[in-house]
Write a protein that binds this ligand. Structure first.
Ligand code: ME8
Length: 502
């Protein structure tokens, strides 16, 4: 089976912040997990380089839009390996190969009769690059997101006949209840459709930084059309000399925050139907990372720089923290103090120490070789039973925090097992070496199985730990599926003490 997962493409009007990192890591967790399941995975991320927000930021900085795009796209691209993100391609919408493909698709939308020329008059936010509907306008005709005055615009536009897709979108949400998850986001999408869809501007004559319409080159495309199509176009040129469209289209999962739900849940499926293309299978919508009470956003200026966070805590700790602290799907506050607390109690103590202790005991008591030919302990088996299928099911629904909790329950269970069995006391009791064999085998097995589940969240740490456990495969497996007998090695502290900021 193919599994094609995407992130939004990020605007290059500013540098990446932790919000961008969050979505990208979520998509990476899905990609890594599906690779472990043997799926044929393709993982796309990239940058959105056209449109007003980029043109305006460039003007403010006194550079051309392309210069700004080149500078910031490079920063986004450099962030990926630092986050341990395993994307297969990084698309930039200024890539002429993307442009060419967008023009073909839009020409098809035109030829299929889904566009018309009309006059637009309405309120427009240049920062959102979005025309506002009546209920999206704040007091005094301002933008509710950016708190700046909206512009009153009147001009000749090409329109996309979104209203004609009302029934088809209603039917889509009826037939495919998991097209948008979680449920409460699906309900928002449905409510939006049921309000009644209005046609939307597809192009404007005034835009200077955007793609030209193939049938009317005097007009440039509204950035969202060119942006959404990245998910489709990338497949045609992501791999030199190969077209991956057949292999991976339709996309399996789009990951994004709630701010762009409307574009993805309404305009995107309508555009694809208009172009005669298949719809993605599913999209998962997460909440906002907040700093204090406020959304972390470049326009509010309260952003955490992911490069700095990684410098202090490491990519694995960041990946772990984001899905532990904030329940995936909901909004949630993050803070440096929160990072430190979870790093210390959960990563360093619960997991890191468990791994060090278990490996040290096997070395000390059994010369570094895992006892073989011993049974799975029934009390441990009971708590591991069903964990892996539940974990897989949760990730099938992109419930990342619940999946992580499922794995973490096993970490906690293994710590209790150490306390219950007290292997150091068994080691003193030479009358019952079999019991110590059994306990050590079970601890190693438990650690191996749990670490395999944690691979997508803690890619670096799990790689080191699996090597120390003598595990070469990344395939998910059940407690007791390895017979023991392998040599293991001690590991240095997996999560060393962090420097406290002064
Ligand atoms: O909207 N919390 O780009 P963008 C969580 N180019 N996620 C956040 C976040 C926060 N505080 N801030 C940003 C665009 N994000 C368009 C997308 S797609 C065809 C075009 C993440 O740079 C989140 O995924 O404004 C959100 O949806 C995305 O960044 C918006 O990125």
């Amino acid at each position: 089976m193919s599994f094609y997962v995407t992130t939004p493409i990020y605007y290059v009007n500013a540098q990446p912040h932790l919000g961008h990192a969050y979505t990208t890591i979520a998509a990476d967790v899905m990609a890594r997990h599906m690779r472990q399941r043997g799926e044929d995975v393709f993982f796309l991320t990239g940058t959105d380089e056209h449109g007003e927000p980029v043109a305006q930021a460039a003007e403010r900085e006194g550079v051309t839009p392309r210069e700004l795009a080149d500078r910031n796209a490079a920063r986004f691209e450099a962030l990926m390996p630092q986050l341990e993100v395993s994307n297969d391609f990084f698309i930039r919408t200024s890539d002429p190969r993307h442009g060419e493909r967008v023009q073909q698709v839009m020409q098809r939308v035109h030829d299929n009769g889904h566009v018309y020329l009309g006059t637009y008059e309405g309120w427009y936010c240049p920062r959102c690059a979005d025309f506002k509907t009546e209920n999206e306008i704040a007091e005094g005709n301002t933008c509710p997101i950016h708190h700046i005055p909206l512009d009153r615009e009147q001009e000749e536009n090409w329109f996309f006949r979104l209203s004609a897709f009302q029934e088809r979108l209603e039917a889509l949400y009826e037939e495919r209840p998991d097209f948008v998850v979680p449920d409460f986001r699906r309900n928002e999408a449905v409510a939006f459709v049921e309000q009644g869809l209005e046609d939307v501007s597809l192009s404007r004559p005034k835009l200077k930084w955007g793609m030209r319409l193939p049938w009317d080159p005097g007009q440039r495309m509204y950035v969202w059309f060119d942006a959404l199509l990245n998910y489709y176009t990338a497949l045609s040129f992501a791999r030199e000399g190969e077209d991956l469209t057949e292999r991976y289209w339709p996309a399996t999962l789009h990951v994004m925050a709630k701010d762009i739900l409307k574009f993805h849940a309404v305009i995107w499926p309508a555009l694809l139907i208009a172009a005669g293309l298949e719809l993605p299978r599913r999209m998962t919508i997460h909440g906002f990372l907040l700093m204090g009470e406020k959304k972390m956003s470049k326009s509010l200026g309260n952003v955490l720089d992911p490069f700095e966070v990684i410098d202090r805590f490491g990519a694995d700790a960041l990946r772990f923290y984001l899905f532990r602290e904030v329940s995936f799907g909901q909004d949630g506050s993050i803070s440096t103090a929160g990072f430190e607390a979870r790093y210390e109690t959960e990563l360093a103590n619960d997991y890191g120490n468990l791994a060090s202790r278990v490996l040290a005991m096997v070395e000390r008591y059994r010369a570094g070789v895992v006892p073989a030919g011993v049974p799975v302990d029934a009390v441990l088996a009971e708590d591991f039973e069903g964990a892996l299928p539940r974990f897989r099911e949760l990730l099938d629904r992109a419930e990342l925090s619940q999946a992580l909790e499922e794995a973490w329950k096993l970490v906690r269970r293994l710590n209790r097992y150490v306390e219950e069995t007290r292997p150091w006391e068994l080691a003193k009791d030479e009358a019952d070496p079999e019991r110590l064999d059994e306990v050590l085998y079970n601890l190693i097995e438990g650690l191996r199985v749990t670490t395999l589940m944690l691979v997508p969240f803690l890619p670096r740490t799990s790689e080191r730990l699996l090597a120390a456990l003598g595990e070469e495969s990344l395939e998910l497996s059940e407690l007791g599926s390895r017979p023991g007998g392998q040599a293991v090695e001690r590991v240095p502290q997996l999560f060393p003490k962090i420097e406290t900021e002064t």
